[in-house]
Design a protein around this ligand. Structure first.
Ligand code: WTA
Length: 635
């Protein structure tokens, strides 16, 4: 029996049982057999969810890039590691072999060192989907600097908040980026962000769009000339198992984003192991995940998981709609992609354009289809299954989170029978449970509750950067001795899980987590706004879209509502980014509140979703009279 590569259902159950009964032995065997260690561990696991404190493979030493690159050189030196597909389909794709990747990462590592970056320093990476993004990430890991990749679609305010939170010494960026027909002035956004970041000493700038940009003397440096002079060898820094590898921000229920901290050894083991099994990756496959490296999906399943398995991973710069809505399928045909991993929002957007553009291309190379980021609705599931997979490629609906580092509940293709809209069974080593509102575990099947995890897994985030208390309160306080996911789920009659959506103040729009609080904080900065509340409502492409209820200050002046709407969305774009713009903005006289003054989002949510029949009892509100006015004026 192979613990590393599961090939049939019986084996899944056997391996799963072993991973639960003897988790330490199980993970020790996986770690021992499949990775390169400078020094082995003294202890496999030490944990306490009360503190909370989780340590895996204590005492071990390694460098994750030696596992992702160096160890493949003996057998895969000329194999493509990263296959770069540019935004413009007429620009040739670039095949970066493991050997070339090794050299380029080493050169970059040398540049970081020369620019004064040391082990433990934080480096912010704000780079579009070009090879330099993956290479910069790996170069940080090679020298032991902690990378904080910020999605290059975030605004300058969002960027500066993240740079300051992690106290980054350096920012790596590019002159600009291509996105479909558009170009984006990334360096301009960085310049604006850095007006409020005194911690940053150096900005390295990659050239992508050849635009004429300002370079600040002493601070900004073009990357390429530095790389050209750097040596192609670099001795990887030896890291402890629990040394932080990266920080990645995710939205929370309160204003400030949470810098989730992932550490080295456990993250490596789990992302590699899940990648191998969840995609049934075999040696000559070409694998493509359409996410951006700025999200956890890109960290774990474009960079670390695939490279740790010596895979070929596609890195796509563009968007699904450029030059037309057939672009994904054109790329699948061109590179003979075997595993394709995308988000439900992309599937819905493509489905809207019919099947002609799918049928035009040869998709026969596809073996596995993946979905991630939000619940996949039945219609999208079938469209994906029928038209892309031609009913022969299993769909893996993978549920997981920035905090979990890797996939937690997912079918294993060709192993677990799939069921539309179900993430199905827990992955090896994962012990999910459902809780009722009183904190009691719901045993047995056909139950529905709050999704928690009982036992540590190797790639769980260890803390929130600079705020361990918030980590404890957010994840370990709601349900005693359990990690609380913030999601609701049901377990069907055979034990399959279906994720029903967030039960906290996070709304998922087009697969992006958005906290209501930061958006409300941004809106409230508008001089005319007194108060606001954001809720989600169903949207046929985005899954959920944002509905804002805004109360204006009483100034006696009349204001043009459409202008106000534009200004409010402008403020949101500046503070967070265009992904957080509101689809609907309703101006109202008041917001329904509890007697303790808490906004009753549940009622607002029902009104926004047009579910007026079951608003529930509003008579206990502090101000029940506002509800009718809100209903009458809904958009
Ligand atoms: C949601 C993305 C249903 C969920 C990897 C989770 C999903 C949040 C699924 C994490 C799925 C992710 N089915 N819901 N297959 N995958 N989610 O941190 O609400 O960007 O808590 O990580 O997305 O989003 P994040």
């Amino acid at each position: 029996m192979s613990n590393y590569h599961i090939k049939h259902l019986e084996e899944y159950y056997q391996v799963y049982r072993k991973s639960i009964r003897e988790p330490e032995n199980f993970w020790e065997e996986v770690a021992e057999e499949h990775f390169l260690w400078r020094k082995k561990w003294n202890k496999v696991l030490e944990w306490d969810f009360k503190k909370p404190e989780i340590k895996w493979f204590q005492g071990a030493q390694l460098n994750i890039t030696e596992n992702c690159i160096d160890r493949h050189l003996a057998t895969r030196a000329n194999k493509t590691a990263i296959l770069f597909e540019p935004n413009n389909p007429n620009e040739p794709a670039e095949h970066i072999s493991y050997k070339q990747l090794y050299k380029r990462v080493n050169q970059f590592a040398n540049v970081l060192k020369e620019q004064g970056i040391k082990k433990g320093d934080r480096v912010c990476i704000y780079v579009p989907m070009i090879p330099e993004l993956a290479i910069a990430t790996l170069a940080c890991a090679r020298i032991g600097a902690i990378h904080s990749v910020v999605f290059a679609g975030f605004s300058s305010t969002a960027l500066s908040t993240r740079i300051n939170d992690a106290d980054c010494k350096m920012v790596i960026t590019s002159d600009g980026s291509y996105r479909g027909k558009k170009t984006i002035d990334l360096k301009g956004i960085v310049d604006e962000a850095l007006e409020s970041c005194s911690c940053v000493e150096t900005v390295l700038v990659a050239k992508r769009i050849n635009s004429d940009i300002d370079m600040k003397e002493g601070r900004d440096k073009w990357l390429q000339p530095l790389l050209d002079q750097a040596s192609t060898s670099y001795k990887a820094e030896i890291m402890d198992a629990e040394d932080p590898l990266f920080i990645l921000y995710t939205s929370g229920s309160t204003g400030k984003p949470k810098g989730m901290v992932h550490t080295t050894a456990g993250y490596m083991v789990y992302t590699a192991y899940t990648f191998k099994n969840a995609f049934q990756y075999t040696e000559n496959d070409v694998y493509w995940c359409t996410a951006d490296i700025g999200w956890i999906t890109g960290h774990s399943y474009i960079v670390y998981g695939p490279l740790a398995n010596g895979a070929t991973t596609v890195l796509f710069e563009g968007v699904p709609s450029y030059p037309d809505f057939g672009r994904f399928w054109e790329i699948v045909e061109k590179h003979k992609v075997n595993q394709f991993y995308t988000a439900p929002t992309a599937i819905r957007a493509l489905a809207k354009h019919g099947t002609e553009l799918v049928d035009k291309y040869d998709l026969s190379s596809l073996k596995v289809l993946g979905s991630v980021g939000e619940p996949i609705n039945e219609e999208a599931w079938h469209w994906y299954n029928d038209n892309v997979g031609k009913k022969k490629s299993p769909i893996i609906d993978t549920w997981w989170q920035t905090e979990t580092g890797g996939m937690m509940i997912t079918p294993i293709p060709y192993v677990t029978p799939t069921k539309p809209t179900y993430a199905t069974l827990p992955f090896i080593g994962i012990q999910p449970c459902l809780m009722d509102e009183n904190g009691e575990e719901l045993k047995g099947n056909q139950v529905d509750g709050r999704l928690c995890i009982k036992f540590p897994w190797t790639s769980m985030a260890r803390t929130i950067w600079g705020n361990h208390l918030r980590y404890k309160e957010t994840y370990f306080s709601a349900f005693k001795n359990n990690y609380f996911t913030g999601d609701g789920a049901l377990r069907d009659e055979v034990g399959y899980y279906r994720i029903t959506g967030r039960v906290d103040d996070v709304i998922i729009v087009s697969g992006h987590n958005l906290g209501t609080a930061p958006i409300e904080d941004a809106i409230n900065e508008h001089p005319a706004v007194a108060e606001s509340a954001i809720v989600g409502f169903p949207h046929d492409i985005k899954g959920s879209a944002l509905y804002g209820y805004v109360i204006l200050k009483e100034t006696g002046e009349s204001r043009d509502q459409n202008n106000l709407r534009k200004e409010i969305n402008q403020i949101i774009t500046e503070h967070i980014g265009p992904i957080a713009k509101l689809d609907k903005i309703q101006f109202s006289e008041g917001l329904p509140k509890t007697r303790s003054g808490k906004i009753m989002r549940r009622i607002l949510c029902k009104i926004a979703s047009n579910e007026l029949d079951n608003l529930g009892d509003v008579s206990t509100l502090l101000n029940p009279e506002v509800v009718q006015g809100i209903i009458d004026n809904r958009l």
